[in-house]
Design a protein around this ligand. Structure first.
Ligand code: UDP
Ligand code: MG
Length: 315
């Protein structure tokens, strides 16, 4: 039977949570009479999560659970991608295994999506997270930088906790890029997104998989993956340095004609600026070519269609 909603649940060392999250989803969504199923991905857990998932698979009614086990840890992004490839529902909900994101909130999101056809996605975002001022500051700075540099917009506090339509899921699947950054991909494919505030709960059990290093790498991925501006930095610097040296030479020339004395170091500095500037300019030009191969190498679709109207107007 066709499913209305498929849950994608990435699990990495979540042995204490997988039954609870599955049960919580069943409790909330069965009551509403919504036909749903779950795709749970074991992302290279070392605590027996994979084996537990197989036991669960054998216990639950047929068609309710799909279990995917990775050969090693590939990261949450890869798990979400695998989940998307295997989820068959008309809508798809990405939710964490650790019970920080409540199925009750998912229900409200689903109802919002069903009642507003203009939206293809409902994204839960955190209004304020008690992570300390420093982390908040860094996150704010990251979003400002990322938004300035890239062509797609990122919303501060937006999480991966989302429900999307089938057509949006198919659009995301049409992006086969290796370095996946969900926040960027979700925003790159377009479609209307409704942002719903929510408050994350405490983790039910286990620990968060994020370290400062992982967060930093994630931020770099967000910027590098969605913007080629860093590659263009060389052109900008090159132009600045070359112009500066040319102005300096001009000033020296005028001073020479006027017979004003200047330190012999000045023309040397000007020459250094000129060489440096020209090298950077050439690097910048190479950066432009590299940027194009980089984008092409991602094999992103050239466009994404929301819907096509053609032929019979009633059909
Ligand atoms: N996760 C995963 N692979 C990883 C890291 C995390 O599948 O390499 C899953 C994890 O099991 C959880 C979700 O991604 O379901 C969010 O992870 P976590 O709770 O550690 O992140 P936080 O909530 O602290 O942002
Ligand atoms: Mg968590």
């Amino acid at each position: 039977m066709e499913k209305e909603l498929s849950f994608i649940i990435p699990c990495c060392n979540e042995i204490g949570n997988i039954r609870a999250i599955y049960q919580a989803i069943c409790d909330v969504f069965s009551k509403e009479g919504i036909r749903f199923d779950c795709v749970m991905i074991d992302d290279g857990s070392t605590d027996g999560t994979g084996e537990e998932l197989i036991r669960m698979y054998n216990e639950v009614p047929e068609g309710m659970l799909t279990v995917i086990r990775f050969s090693r840890n590939f990261g949450k992004e890869a798990a979400i991608y695998a989940g998307l490839q295997h989820a068959e529902g008309d809508h798809i909900c990405v939710i964490d295994a650790d019970m920080q994101q409540r199925p009750e909130v998912a229900l409200a999101m689903y109802q919002k999506l069903r009642s507003s056809p203009e939206y293809d996605s409902v994204c839960a975002y955190v209004e304020s997270r008690d992570e300390g001022r420093r982390l908040n500051f860094f996150k704010g700075a990251f979003y400002r930088l990322a938004n300035r540099l890239s062509e797609t917009g990122f919303v501060n506090g937006a999480s991966d906790f989302r429900i999307i339509s089938r057509r949006m899921a198919d659009a995301i699947l049409s992006m086969p890029e290796y370095f996946r950054f969900s926040k960027g991909i979700f925003s790159w494919v377009g479609f209307e997104t409704f942002y719903m505030p929510y408050k994350p709960e405490q983790r039910a059990s286990g620990t968060s998989k994020w370290s400062v290093f992982k967060l930093f790498r994630y931020a770099v991925e967000g910027i590098i993956g969605y913007s080629v501006s860093p590659l263009r930095l060389a052109s900008v610097l090159g132009t600045v340095f070359t112009s500066a040296s040319l102005i300096l030479f001009l000033v020296l020339l005028i001073m020479g004609i006027a017979g004003t004395a200047f330190s012999p170091a000045v023309p040397v500095i000007a020459a250094v600026f000129l060489t440096g500037g020209l090298i950077m300019l050439l690097l910048g030009i190479m950066g432009e070519y590299l940027a194009r191969t980089y984008i092409q190498g991602k094999h992103r679709p050239v466009y994404i269609i929301k819907d096509i109207l053609k032929g019979d107007h009633n059909g």
